[in-house]
Design a protein around this ligand. Structure first.
Ligand code: DGL
Length: 280
């Protein structure tokens, strides 16, 4: 009798504390439309940016466990804060016990990889949540690859609430967008490249551009993270064969379905089908 060797397939899990990961998901779907995706937003407990390491790790682990239970062979932490505070521990300590054949990847390494070929002055600015800046993950990853690059971080605590509350295009947002960019450039005027190190920030990109001198390049992560995922799947055919490919996308939220639907349409410019779950 012939025993089938086709592995059990499942969607690629995409996790964020809230809606920001949808900016990454959109880029995945643009570049890799054939795959299935299962998006999970922990909207009930967002933001993660101001939470401790222990809490972000615990919440992120709960989300990864759930996405594994739901059949995802691969989970992308489409959240810089979770990537900075939880990814390494999950990869090193939890994955061997949870399921050593599955993988969890983040968004910081792919962003760090692209920086070396973008900056000329070798002075790079990082705009991110307080948690991501404090973790030191960006300078760490960038210095592993490009030790000559100087990284200066600036926490932008009000940017996520502006986006989550649909105020990204309001006049009121101008003050806070200008404030953090000016402070960062005062600290290091030689910066020629700015990393938008939070998956919410692409929604503020028009304003960020307006308050950033034209000589400075803005690095929005979606494009680099999606290229990195494509490359990863090419280099790991065993994982690629476990990712289902029907072009489907499903959404889960820990908040109410109505709220997610309303806010997600701001990020995706389309209506979504979403289910509510609880984590923990
Ligand atoms: N989207 C998250 C990130 O990329 C930030 C949102 C939050 O603070 O939870 O860091």
């Amino acid at each position: 009798m012939l025993i089938s060797t086709v592995p059990v397939q499942g969607p690629i899990g995409v996790f964020d504390s809230g809606y920001g990961g949808l900016t990454i998901l959109s880029k995945f779907r643009e570049l890799l439309p054939q795959y299935d995706y299962l998006y999970l937003g922990d909207n009930a407990r967002t933001p993660y940016g101001t939470r401790s390491f222990e809490v972000v790790y615990e919440f992120t682990l709960q989300a990864v466990r759930r996405l594994f239970e739901l059949g995802c062979p691969l989970v992308i932490l489409a959240c810089n804060t979770a990537s900075a505070k939880a990814l390494r521990s999950i990869q090193q300590n939890d994955l061997p016990y949870l399921d050593a054949t599955r993988r969890v990847l983040g968004v910081i390494r792919p962003t760090a990889e692209c920086i070396g070929s973008i900056t000329e002055t070798r002075h790079v600015g990082l705009l991110a949540t307080a948690g991501t800046v404090k973790s030191g993950s960006y300078p760490l990853e960038i210095h592993k690859l490009f030790p000559d690059i100087q990284v200066t971080g600036m926490a932008c605590p009000l940017w996520v609430p502006l986006v989550e509350n649909n105020e990204a295009d309001s006049e009121g947002a101008d003050y806070f967008v200008n404030k953090y960019i000016s402070r960062l450039l005062e600290r290091d005027p030689a910066i020629d490249t700015l990393i938008l190190g939070c998956t919410h920030y692409p929604l503020l990109i028009n304003k960020i551009r307006r308050f950033t001198p034209a000589r400075i390049r803005l690095v929005s992560q979606g494009e680099y993270v999606s290229r990195s995922l494509k490359d990863y799947l090419l280099r790991h055919p065993e994982m690629d064969s476990r990712c289902s490919k029907n072009g489907r996308c499903e959404f889960l939220t820990t908040e109410s379905v109505e709220k997610f639907r309303e806010c997600a349409s701001v990020f995706l410019q389309q209506d979504v089908d979403v289910r509510s779950i609880t984590l923990g």
